[in-house]
Write a protein that binds this ligand. Structure first.
Ligand SMILES: [Zn+2]
Length: 312
């Protein structure tokens, strides 16, 4: 019998990607579009995703597929079946599970993107055969997903391991982009916040001569051996290491993989920086960049479908 593919949806704030994924994790067909932010309400996105699914299916019967998996921006509302008040899109709610189940007459599995990613790591990546692992994305925001004793941690509404908002700093007093607290990891170390952290750090250290608008500018300067950029990246490494130290004691993982654009473009600085400053209270897990690159979300959405079908 031919093994059935999953229909995988990676719903991000800027892009929606839809693919057919084989049980071995091979992407056989895919398409993507910029996320529609000009609709009247969240249904605009539901319609957009349905259109992309139809496109990759190109006439095939949805009943011949293993199901639909969605890796979505958070925070999720499991009971309602979609993300609510997500900070990076202009809709209060995007209905996903019910309308897509109805339209395609197949089951829909919904996970937040970082939870989907850790599932991808276990099914298709470095976490195969491991029961305890954590995935962290350092991207526009910071998110995490954890598998403990073989179980994906979900929490009451699907947002467990939202480690981007753990408090890791009391020195710089930086308000997080979530607006809910100061010293959160994401407020200092995500792609959208690193330049602001640089500014605060430079002011505190009387290094006001330089201004960097983007993360890329800072890392380019560091690669050119600019001393101030290198010093700041060392401070950033301490911040990341504080956070990873907390992640280690919270979940006791065997493996931590890191992904997201900030990591993937600067693996050398990010991974070695964390290893340099991480606490050794518990035995250190392996810490490495993910090998699944930016396909980790789509692979996680597919893994959610295969996991559900196996009843695991
Ligand atoms: Zn926060």
């Amino acid at each position: 019998m031919k093994q059935r593919s999953a229909i995988a949806v990676d719903f991000g704030a800027s892009k929606i990607r839809v693919a057919l994924v084989s049980p071995k994790g091979k992407i056989t067909k895919q398409t993507s579009e910029e996320t529609d932010k000009n609709g009247k309400n969240g249904t605009a996105i539901t319609i957009q995703i349905a259109g992309l699914i139809k496109e990759v299916m190109s006439g095939a019967d949805p009943k011949d597929m293993a199901g639909i998996g969605i890796a979505s921006i958070g925070p999720l509302h499991y009971q309602r079946g979609g993300p609510v008040s997500s900070p990076n899109i202009p809709y209060s709610f995007v209905p996903l599970v019910k309308p897509l189940e109805k339209k395609f007459r197949t089951s829909v599995s919904l996970l937040n993107d970082a939870n989907a990613a850790v599932l991808a790591e276990k099914h298709f990546g470095a976490g195969k055969n491991l029961e305890n692992l954590v995935y962290i994305t350092l991207s526009t925001g910071i998110g995490g997903g954890a598998i403990v004793n073989g179980d994906l941690l979900l929490g009451k509404s699907g947002n467990a391991a939202e480690v981007g908002h753990i408090v890791i700093d009391t020195k710089y007093d930086i308000l997080c982009s979530c607006g809910k607290g100061k010293g959160h990891w994401e407020g200092m170390s995500s792609g959208s916040n690193i330049p602001r952290f640089f500014e605060v750090w430079a002011k505190k250290n009387n290094k006001r001569t330089l201004h960097y608008k983007t993360v890329k500018d800072i890392f380019v300067a560091a690669r050119r051996n600019n001393k101030i950029a290198l010093k700041f990246i060392d401070e950033l490494a301490k911040v990341n290491a504080h956070a990873i130290s907390s992640v280690i004691v919270a979940y006791d993982p065997q493996l931590i993989t890191l992904g997201g654009s900030v990591t993937l473009k600067n693996k050398d600085f990010i991974v070695s920086g964390i290893k340099k400053y991480v606490d050794h209270y518990l035995t250190l897990p392996r810490i490495q960049a993910t090998s699944l690159g930016d396909s980790i979300g789509i692979l996680g959405a597919a893994a959610a479908v295969f996991k559900k079908n196996r009843g695991g």
